[in-house]
Design a protein. Structure first.
Lengths: 466, 894
């Protein structure tokens, strides 16, 4: 039990420490401390290293001391309930972390990449005005992504999920002085809010369906008495949330737009960790949604469509970052398919390898020019673009236009939503004015009544006195 | 019908003329794989510098000079002195009378100007002024407030009513259309990143776009110029406004449009059929399609009287003018004052400060050269020839400090060898010479053996490169090899020094033994060797070993690598030129013919070609196996000398970088090597960031001067050049390169957003031709902030050591160079070779240099190390008293 507790204490430190340091750094800034680059970097490096070491120790402890339950897995699942926070009478939030080989693998992978990208950025961002801003969001992202990996229940998951989303958005809009990055960050923010809402709804439906909230992230088996319809509904919301976070169709348009920040942030977020969060969520909760054939088929179809979409559009991109973004889309689509088919191990390995490879490719994207020149030396393999068959011109056109996805979203989602919101606002003001009138009338009535009462009582008293 | 035809023809002509004149405002930078430094405002060289920067500033909204606040900071730091301001004001009056009264009897134009240049004029918006008035409550600000009230009342009727605003307003429709256009453009220009080649791009951009947008057959049948004409007529724009209309259309896409124009003019640079007319037609067509009304790039908007009055108040209060005097001044005086302040606007103020800024450096530079004794080397044991590049200045200085018997020379780094060079592992020949020359001779490098393993490795690399983008191949590769990416990522980012040293020793590639097939005839070789030696003045006193060094720069993850390479080799490394030159000069038949022409190279002299890496400070020598036995001991000694010089040079360089205090020579060398190799380094070196001056003259004149890597140094002996022919050749080759570098850095520094390409951090390599910011943007041209941040933008100060007659003769033969000098795009100085007196070319006359009265710090340091160690920023040029033997090695503990 002691080992158990200490493993999770280490994990709690791994998650909590970066948050505290990020808060201290930003608070110091608001209090007027002019952090210099060296301090910022050294502090965040120390933080990330300490928290990675904690995660590593936890993983080693978990490996060294197997749980009592006889299990064939190298690192069986451990669950730890830290306690719960109660709000009012009936809102109780549990803090539960779960640690198993799956969580450990991704936590350690995340630690490695985050350390590396931190080291990279320290030099890369030297003398940039947003140095502090970058490292604060970087620390928060680290905490968020670890929370997602180790979350044991919906409440913890949603916290990490939100932090990951927010920090991604803030780093896409890192160059605030230009319009495009900010607008694209805004678009991504909107997509993320949609998936946040979907995830919240999924958690809500699930907890209504079954009293055992732990089953949501596969901590326990789902109780047999759960309401199947509600669980199915939760499944649909879950797929929407995962697809949005992992930029699957129809949300794919946001991933290339995210290439606005500094190169290292693009690498770590959109080549690597953030974009795979959706896959991670699906794998975690696989136990219960895989019962529903429709969900599995829809995940496979979404994955297949995205893979084809990414692959075709990617072939027409001729700038390195967009090309890598679409290549990432295609691979994440494939991972979705693998998950849908139930090839769990395959999907996990694919995710890990892809994360590593894409981070590297994005980090060295500025060398595209030199690389290509070196590649052209010698003769035997052709790296020049291939000629396109003119018969299939429509494919090229469709791919170059990114499948008209932006236009499609505009016409079917953005414009109707905006109209709806305008209507709602109008209705709001209208109803508000009606309400005000009503309220005023009621208040006046009450006041009159009260005054009348007062007058009454006074008269009564006067009468009594007299 | 005939009339119609004639008018259509004249309209076409008019369209071409308008486009041609609009084109001047677009950047003319080619694909960045080969980065050629050029004057950003090349097309305005027929105007004076001041007029050109002002003109472009009013048309495009660019910055003409540094910001006013930057000059004020320079004043506080002592970079601009009172002397310089006095000089600058004196040279800015032109036809105006400085003594004229502007507001009161005591307040003259001189006072006004002299005060105004000291009052910061950028960044005071109405909100800021109101904030100041609301928030500040001390006595000084209440005085100001009182004065502002008066000034505001009096100035209101006379203040300027209009000002210019630049750029387009936001419009979601247009932005959507812009994105589409960007995708079309990237695919159209792509030279190899994309998987598919854009179909039909060989028919030109207009054709591609018309097909893409599925335009009516009517549009398909038109040519681009007909389409432009039709669209312009449809918009009912009068002919005289066409140029403005075209400019408004093109400026939001200036980078892409500029690339279209450049590739249209020089189709050899990339394999696309580009033309600016095509692009204009597409842009106009698209504007019409989305139905957004035409919008002017430059708009005249009401200007704020408060801002004007505020600035006037600040100036008046700084000048110490009494409020009562202001109250009593007549309306006429106020009109006069407003007019005066409007004329002496922000640009004019900064122009004056800029002259002062340049003047300070010039004074320091001349002071260092003034009464400088020649320090000739009588019996040189080595002679080393370098590129004239300013980054070699420190390297040469360190060699000379270490070994006083070594003589160094500087010359344009292609060593007269204009060739197409085919490396052994490349299937096409690249031109290695200045861009102005079209080389006719081929040199082919041949590897003695091709290792099969290399070939396999290369092929595997290529398959991985392509495969990771594919669907199934990408899946397999990320599954099987994805994790392996951790290794290069680690080694490229984290410096694990001991580990890496070991890896390097294990994997050290021996330079492949290659031979050269030199495609020059004997006469051509003799011509080239003679030309170079005579140009440097190296005609006698030959040392036993003569080293010829090309230069290049190694960096990783840097799209601008070519910008750091040798400009005289057309933005490539200069190693092959040096090697070929040494091979030529070593040939017996060449020497025989040279002797016939009166240039006798003794048989004991041997040439060695090499290359100096300006980023990692690494020296590589070629064909060392062929060095004769008698030179071996000298050669070994020289290698030690070069190694030591590399360390010293690295040590001098690292003082400009972060976190390098207290390094010794060895550590500095390791540091610069790590910069060259690191994936995460946006500043592998500062490139030409420190360039400021150029000296053409004997090295003995500049030897022993600490010029802080800021001066191009070209060797030229005027005593061997009676008819100024050598000087003419030198100027015609050197000026475009040096002035191009200087002006490109100037403009990229003063307006990094429009002339430069902003910060490197979000850059996105596009189609191998350029870079965009992030996801999608206009093509960014010029130099990135990380390269120019330390640059002091000044026009090149070229100092010639020659007689007046020689210089004037040479300038007369070179109208282009003469134009640059007369229109003030560069500064020209002269050192009288006999007396050593310095003259400066000013307003068409030679003015003798007078030492400034302001005291310049006199340094008494014996070597570079003592002078630079522990000091930041650019250092003033200084005379060093070089001891006969080098006393100590850098940092002591070696």
């Amino acid at each position: 039990m002691l080992i158990e507790a200490s493993i999770f204490d280490f994990l709690a430190i791994a998650i909590g420490f970066p948050v505290i340091i990020a808060l201290i750094l930003s608070l110091g800034f608001f209090l007027g401390i002019n952090w210099n680059e060296k301090t910022i970097f050294n502090v965040s490096r120390a933080t990330v290293v300490i928290s990675s070491v904690c995660a590593l120790i936890a993983a080693m402890l978990a490996l060294a001391f197997p749980v009592d339950v006889i299990s064939t897995a190298a690192m069986p699942q451990r669950v730890h309930h830290f306690g719960s926070v109660t709000f009012g009478n009936n809102l109780e939030l549990d803090l539960t972390l779960v640690f198993d080989s799956f969580a450990a693998l991704f936590t350690l992978l995340g630690c490695f990449l985050i350390n590396l990208v931190g080291h990279f950025s320290a030099r890369y961002l030297h003398r940039d005005a947003g140095y502090l801003r970058f490292f604060v969001w970087y620390l928060l992202f680290f905490a968020g992504v670890q929370t997602v990996y180790m979350a044991g229940n919906g409440e913890v998951l949603i916290a990490g999920w939100e932090i990951v989303g927010l920090s991604s958005v803030m780093l896409v809009g890192f160059f605030q002085e230009r319009v495009r990055p900010v607008r694209n960050a805004w678009i991504i923010f909107c997509v993320y809010r949609v998936c946040d809402a979907a995830l919240l709804l999924a958690i809500f439906l699930f907890s209504v369906a079954s009293t055992d909230a732990g089953a949501f992230l596969g901590v326990h088996k789902l109780a047999t008495n759960a309401n199947a319809t509600l669980v199915f509904g939760a499944g649909i919301c879950l797929v929407i949330a995962a697809a949005g976070k992992s930029a699957q169709l129809p949300f794919s348009f946001w991933l290339p737009k995210a290439m606005e920040g500094p190169t290292p942030s693009s690498a770590i977020f959109y080549g690597a960790l953030a974009v795979h969060c959706g896959c991670f969520l699906l794998l975690r909760s696989q136990q219960w949604w895989s019962e529903y054939m429709i969900l599995r088929v829809s995940i496979i179809l979404i994955g297949l469509m995205t893979a084809l979409y990414g692959s075709f559009v990617g072939r027409t991109r001729s700038d390195i970052k967009n090309m890598l973004a679409y290549a990432t889309l295609a691979q994440v689509g494939l991972i979705f398919m693998e998950i849908g088919f139930g090839f769990t191990t395959f999907a996990v390995l694919h995710m890990a390898g892809h994360t590593m490879m894409r981070t590297y490719q994005l980090l060295k994207s500025p060398s595209a020019l030199r690389e290509h020149m070196n590649m052209r030396k010698g003769t035997s393999v052709n790296v020049a673009p291939t000629n396109f068959r003119p018969q299939a011109m429509w494919i090229y056109r469709l791919s170059l236009a990114q499948g008209y996805l932006d236009e499609w979203i505009d016409a079917w989602l953005r414009v109707p939503l905006r109209q709806a919101s305008t209507h709602a606002a109008r209705w709001d003001t209208f109803s508000a004015s009606v309400c005000e009138q009503r309220l005023a009338r009621v208040l006046a009535f009450l006041l009159r009544k009260q005054r009348a009462c007062l007058v009454d009582t006074r008269q009564k008293k006067a009468r009594e006195l007299s | 019908l005939k009339d119609n035809k004639i008018s259509a023809n004249s309209q076409l002509q008019h369209l071409h003329a308008a486009l041609e004149s609009a084109r001047r405002y677009l950047p003319s930078q080619g694909p960045i794989g080969v980065f050629i430094h050029h004057n950003t405002l090349h097309d305005f060289e027929n105007m004076t510098f001041e007029d050109a920067v002002r003109h472009v500033a009013t048309v495009r909204g660019t910055q003409p000079y540094l910001l006013h606040s930057e000059y004020l900071t320079a004043m506080r730091r002592g970079r601009i002195l009172e002397d310089d301001l006095a000089y600058a004001l004196q040279h800015s009056w032109h036809a105006k009378n400085p003594k004229e009264q502007v507001l009161t009897d005591e307040f003259t134009r001189y006072d006004l100007w002299n005060t105004a240049i000291r009052v910061e004029s950028d960044g005071c918006t109405e909100e800021q002024i109101e904030w100041f008035l609301d928030e500040k409550q001390d006595s000084k600000s209440s005085d100001l407030r009182q004065m502002l009230e008066i000034v505001l009342r009096r100035v209101a009727p006379f203040a300027p009513k209009k000002k210019n605003q630049y750029g387009l307003t936001e419009n979601p429709k247009r932005e959507r259309a812009d994105s589409t256009l960007i995708w079309l453009l990237t695919a159209f220009f792509d030279q190899g990143i994309g998987h598919w080649k854009m179909p039909g791009r060989e028919n030109g951009f207009y054709d591609v776009a018309v097909n893409y947008f599925k335009a009516d057959a009517e549009w398909k049948s038109l040519t681009a110029e007909q389409a432009c004409l039709q669209l312009l007529l449809e918009m009912k724009i009068p002919e005289e406004d066409w140029q403005t209309a075209i400019l408004d259309t093109l400026l939001p896409f200036s980078g892409w449009a500029g690339l279209m124009a450049v590739l249209g003019e020089r189709p050899k640079l990339a394999s696309v059929k580009a033309s600016l007319m095509d692009f204009l037609a597409v842009k106009l067509f698209l504007d019409r399609k989305i139905g957004v009304p035409r919008e002017a790039w430059r708009k005249s908007v009401p200007s704020s009287i408060l801002e004007f009055a505020w600035y006037a108040t600040l100036v008046l209060s700084k000048a110490g003018i009494d409020i009562n005097v202001l109250l009593n001044a007549t309306d006429e005086k106020w009109t006069n004052f407003c007019q005066e302040l409007e004329d002496f606007d922000d640009i004019a103020r900064r122009g004056v400060l800029h002259i002062a800024y340049e003047h300070r450096y010039r004074q320091m530079f001349y002071e260092a050269l003034n009464r400088k004794e020649h320090q000739p080397v009588h019996n040189p044991s080595y002679q080393m020839v370098f590129c004239l590049d300013e980054r070699e200045e420190s390297f040469r200085r360190h060699i000379e400090e270490k070994s006083s018997e070594t003589e160094t020379f500087g010359i344009a780094g292609f060593y007269g060898v204009d060739m197409r060079f085919q490396p052994h592992d490349h299937h096409e020949a690249i031109p290695l010479c200045p861009v102005a020359i079209d080389p006719q001779n081929f040199v082919v490098e041949k590897a003695s053996s091709i290792r099969r393993r290399d070939l396999y490795l290369k092929n595997a690399q290529r398959h991985v490169y392509k495969g990771t983008r594919g669907l199934v191949t990408g899946q397999m590769l990320s599954l099987l090899t994805g994790m392996a990416a951790a290794v290069p990522m680690l080694t490229g980012t984290v410096s694990l020094r001991p580990f890496r040293r070991r890896v390097e020793i294990l994997t050290a590639k021996k330079p492949k033994a290659t031979t050269l097939d030199v495609g020059f005839s004997l006469k051509e070789m003799v011509d080239r060797v003679e030309g170079v030696l005579r140009s440097m003045g190296l005609t006698k006193n030959f040392a036993k070993l003569i080293f010829i060094f090309g230069h290049g720069s190694t960096s990783t993850n840097n799209p601008f690598q070519s910008a750091y390479d040798c400009g005289a080799c057309g933005g490539q490394r200069g190693n092959h030129n040096a090697r070929v030159f040494a091979l030529m000069a070593n040939r017996k038949d060449v020497r025989l013919l040279l002797a016939e022409r009166g240039l006798e190279i003794p048989p004991s002299t041997y040439f060695i070609g090499g290359v100096h890496d300006t980023c990692s400070d690494h020296i590589e020598l070629y064909d060392t196996a062929m060095i004769p036995e008698e030179h071996q001991s000298d050669y070994r000694k020289s290698c030690e000398l070069l190694d030591e010089a590399c360390e010293r040079n690295a040590h001098e360089r690292v003082r400009r970088f972060n976190g390098t205090k207290n390094m010794n020579g060895r550590q500095a060398k390791v540091h610069v090597e790590s910069r060259a190799r690191s994936l995460s380094e946006p500043r592998p070196e500062y490139g030409h960031g420190s360039n400021a001056a150029c000296v053409i003259g004997r090295r003995s004149l500049t030897k022993g001067l600490f010029l802080d890597r800021r001066s191009f140094l070209t060797s030229y002996d005027c005593t061997q050049d009676p008819d100024a022919q050598i000087l003419t050749d030198l100027l015609s080759a050197v000026t475009p390169v040096c002035a191009g570098i200087s002006l490109e850095y100037y403009f990229s520094r003063v307006d990094n957003q429009i002339f430069g390409c902003g910060t490197k951090l979000p850059h996105n390599v596009t189609g191998l031709v350029g870079i965009m910011d992030g996801h999608a943007s206009d093509l960014r041209t010029g130099l990135p902030w990380q390269t120019v941040e330390i640059h002091e933008p000044m026009r090149l100060l070229m100092v010639l050591e020659a007689k007046v007659e020689q210089i004037e003769l040479a300038l007369k033969r070179l109208p282009a160079v003469s134009n640059l000098v007369h229109q003030g795009w560069m500064q020209l100085g002269m050192i009288e070779p006999v007396s050593g007196k310095i003259f400066h070319f000013e307003d068409g006359a030679w003015v003798s240099f007078r030492e400034s009265t302001a005291s310049v710090l006199k340094h008494n340091k014996s070597n570079s190390y003592d002078y630079y160690f522990g000091r930041d920023g650019h250092l003033e040029p200084a005379k060093l008293s070089i001891p006969t033997t080098a006393k100590k090695s850098i940092g002591g503990n070696r």
